[in-house]
Design a protein around this ligand. Structure first.
Ligand code: G4P
Length: 524
């Protein structure tokens, strides 16, 4: 129980350029990383590629490989899961959010809520994840903090509350924060900016030394803002945060370290330890002694010479031990976990033991699928990882018809891995599926991987759709869709009915017209 209590498994969500890499590096520096999976992206230091796939990564300047970082701080053990930050949104970006217990939403003070932040936040909301907000780049000019909180509240439809508040001196330089929980001001030593640990001094708000340090006018300003906050803002409601209904705000600058220790303290202090994973069968508490876990990411063919697949497992309950035998709930088969890795990408090390909240990379002989539950003891099946409605569609045109079998195999495997979604047309069996992606870049990666890993040169042809919805509700709704010529009915990998349309409008029309029809933009 103590080991579960001290764990914090979280992700940082943000729009590219908000400072996620910088913040990650700072958290690691404070924590002293134990394991760094897939080195934190560094634009300046060229990473060496261990596979051709990584060559694509380098060429595109994107990080496809997701990373998992583990570090200790102040008695806590943190697992930080990366939500890969390519230029383009893709399924890899949001899937790690199914394996965390909370998230930090990083917002650039000058830019406010940006599209990617919004999208990732929606995923958090779907899971009712507790989200903290870190307003970054406070060392630069930006939006007024109150306006920013207002913007986040309105755009994301969530209550906001400030747990700390920026303090500026008379020259309007960001010099510290007022910590509303301890009622004290933490001033950062500016000359320390850029070093690993900024030195900090703590004052009570009435301390004359504080007025001397920041100037009387600034102090009066801060006091006024704080009384405004006290009067207008929500009181801190811890339970509402845990339910994902309110997001506490922290202000700082990842680059200068300002506010980073306070954020880390908050993660250790108020972010939740591993929570119960939603299950469709046999729910388990994290402290249940019997092992269970689920696969939230599969990464294939990291090394083209070995054709291996690594499945990322999040431990949900009990103790994971190397060499243990577990049951795959989907097939009932037993699997021995022989070569577990703490992480993967360009470095791997064997792990002997992992506890709830921890992530393990499993060598997968082809038995595992995305979303699989592994367990010991009484049967458990965790709820499947949601898929989002694709917005990009294509069909494959094969250059060399003799490679059809390889193409089929490639598409099947890549869809199991979640790299692409496949939609089958009624009456055509598994032949000639439509491919769907949430981001255009997924298609490029697909083409590249089909060629590099399956020896199949394929062209992708655009398809006249931009929207898809999973179909639910009364059978009359489905019948209504079927009776019309302007909707294409297909089914996904799990034989769930899906409708494809040229735009969102016909779908809205169907929703409001067809009797009992329900359409979902997230897979049921
Ligand atoms: P990302 O992973 O979210 O894409 O963002 P990243 O950390 O790479 O940061 C994007 C840019 O913002 C970088 O500048 C980084 O130095 C800068 N940055 C991050 N945090 C802060 C901050 O607190 N204050 C200020 N002023 N800048 C910040 P760059 O010029 O694109 O790259 P670099 O040359 O600094 O590496």
């Amino acid at each position: 129980m103590l080991e579960v209590e001290r764990r914090r498994t979280f992700a940082i969500i943000s729009h590219p350029d908000a400072g996620k890499t910088t913040l990650t590096e700072k958290l690691l520096l404070y924590g002293g990383a134990l394991h760094v999976a897939g080195a934190v992206k560094s634009r300046k230091a060229a990473r060496h590629a261990v596979s051709d796939w990584m060559a694509l990564e380098k060429e595109k300047g994107i990080s496809i490989t997701s990373s998992v970082l583990q570090f200790d701080h102040d008695g806590r053990r943190f697992n930080l899961l990366d939500t890969p930050g390519h230029a383009d949104f893709s399924e890899d970006t949001y899937r790690p959010l199914s394996a965390v217990d909370s998230a930090v939403m990083l917002v650039d003070v000058a830019k406010g809520v940006e599209p990617r932040t919004l999208k990732l936040f929606e995923v958090c909301r779907l899971r009712k994840l507790p989200v903290m907000t870190f307003v970054n780049k406070m060392d630069r000019p930006g939006l007024d903090p109150l306006d920013l909180m207002d913007q986040v509240g309105t755009k994301l439809n969530i209550r906001t509350t400030a747990l700390n508040w920026p303090v500026r001196d008379d020259s309007h330089t960001f010099v510290g924060v007022f910590d509303r929980r301890s009622n004290r001001v933490v001033l950062f030593e500016r000359e320390m900016a850029g070093t690993v640990v900024a030195s900090e001094r703590t004052f009570s708000i009435d301390d004359p030394a504080l007025a001397a340090a920041i100037g009387a006018k600034s102090l009066a300003n801060v006091r006024e803002e704080l009384s405004l906050l006290d009067a207008a803002g929500d009181a801190w409601d811890y339970d509402a945060y845990l339910r994902g209904e309110v997001t506490p705000f922290f202000f700082g600058s990842a680059m200068t370290n300002a506010g980073v220790p306070l954020l880390l303290d908050a993660l250790g202090g108020i972010a939740p330890p591993p929570t119960t994973t939603p299950a469709t069968e046999g729910a388990r508490l994290p402290t249940d002694p019997a092992f269970s876990g689920f696969i939230f990411k599969i990464q294939a063919n990291m090394n083209p010479r070995h054709r291996d697949r690594i499945a990322f497992l999040r431990v949900a309950s009990g103790r994971f031990e190397r060499g243990m035998e577990v049951i795959i709930s989907r097939t009932g088969k037993t699997l021995r976990l022989n070569k577990p890795h703490t992480f993967m990408a360009d470095e791997r090390s064997i792990v002997d033991e992992a506890l709830p909240g921890d992530i393990v990379g499993l060598y997968d002989p082809g038995e595992l699928r995305l979303g699989d539950t592994l367990y010991n003891g009484s049967p458990v099946t965790f709820r499947s990882i949601p898929r989002f409605a694709p917005e990009h569609f294509a069909r494959v045109k094969l250059r060399d018809p003799t490679r059809r079998k390889h193409l089929q195999e490639g598409l099947q495997q890549l869809s199991q891995e979640g790299a692409i979604q496949l939609f089958y047309q009624e009456g055509l069996g598994k032949a000639d599926p439509y491919l769907g992606a949430v981001g255009q870049l997924q298609f490029e990666v697909l083409k590249y991987r089909l060629e590099a890993e399956y020896g199949t040169r394929a062209e992708l042809e655009g398809a006249p759709f931009t929207a898809a919805r999973w179909i639910g509700g009364a059978p009359e709704g489905l019948a209504w869709l079927r009776s019309r010529g302007d909707y294409l009915l297909v089914s996904d990998r799990h034989d769930q009915p899906v409708v494809l349309a040229s735009s969102i409008w016909p779908l809205n029309y169907a929703s409001s017209t067809a009797p009992g029809l329900e359409l979902y933009d997230v897979s049921p």
